[in-house]
Design a protein around this ligand. Structure first.
Ligand SMILES: C[S@@+](CC[C@H](N)C(=O)[O-])C[C@H]1O[C@@H](n2cnc3c(N)ncnc32)[C@H](O)[C@@H]1O
Length: 186
């Protein structure tokens, strides 16, 4: 039988082990993918939504594809702002993936769909707008995938440009860094 102190210690070490497992997995996926699950701030998110509004107005039918959903905040904002478009989110890191799934609206029609893996080129083949807030190296690695998007589709990339591509439009977030948001048409 455990006394009160033993029980408290067991609870403490269980919580510590869980915390270490979650933190370790986030670190592992950050190193593996090159991007941490840092959420976009309010001003950057507003600029991303404005760029997606511009992009999707002339895009073919199809979903908005978020590459790297992080904790799901942008996915929920995309769903609210563009209810007529399905939102599909790719997030390989399991902790943010599960948090975003749990916080996402369940009953809403067209609710965001989450996939616990990295995006592949075939995922983009029917997409209308691909949205990314990743890292410079990740954008370089993913650049060839964007050729799979159909004609008239768009890529919206927050902060980091696609190397070798010329944006059709660049918006600036009203934040401290005047963060750029690039809009590319395929
Ligand atoms: C900066 S966070 C995204 C934040 C989120 N978009 C937002 O605005 O709140 C970048 C995420 O991209 C994910 N990621 C990195 N490479 C990826 C890939 N190839 N496919 C899908 N997700 C990826 C990382 O796991 C990380 O959680």
């Amino acid at each position: 039988m455990f006394n009160g102190i033993d029980g408290t210690l067991i609870g403490f070490f269980t919580a510590l082990a869980l915390f270490a497992a979650v933190a370790g997995s986030i670190l592992w996926f950050t190193v593996r993918t090159g991007s941490s699950p840092t959420p976009s701030g309010p001003a950057l998110r507003r600029a991303i939504l404005a760029a997606v509004a511009e992009a999707e107005a002339n895009a073919p039918p199809g979903p908005i594809i978020e590459i790297g959903g992080g904790w799901g905040g942008l996915a929920r904002a995309l769903h609210h702002r563009f209810p007529h478009r399905p939102v599909v989110v790719f997030e390989p890191s399991w902790a943010p993936y599960w948090v975003s799934r749990l916080l996402s609206p369940r009953s809403a029609a067209n609710r965001p769909r989450f996939k616990n893996r990295a995006v592949r080129s075939e995922d983009l083949a029917a997409g209308a707008v691909a949205v990314a807030y990743l890292a410079p190296e990740t954008m370089k690695r993913l650049a060839p995938l964007f050729h799979a998007l159909p004609p008239g589709a768009a890529v919206v990339s927050a902060m980091f440009a696609i190397p070798g591509w010329t944006p059709g439009m660049t918006l600036t977030a009203d934040d401290l860094y005047k963060s750029p948001v690039y809009l590319y048409r395929t």
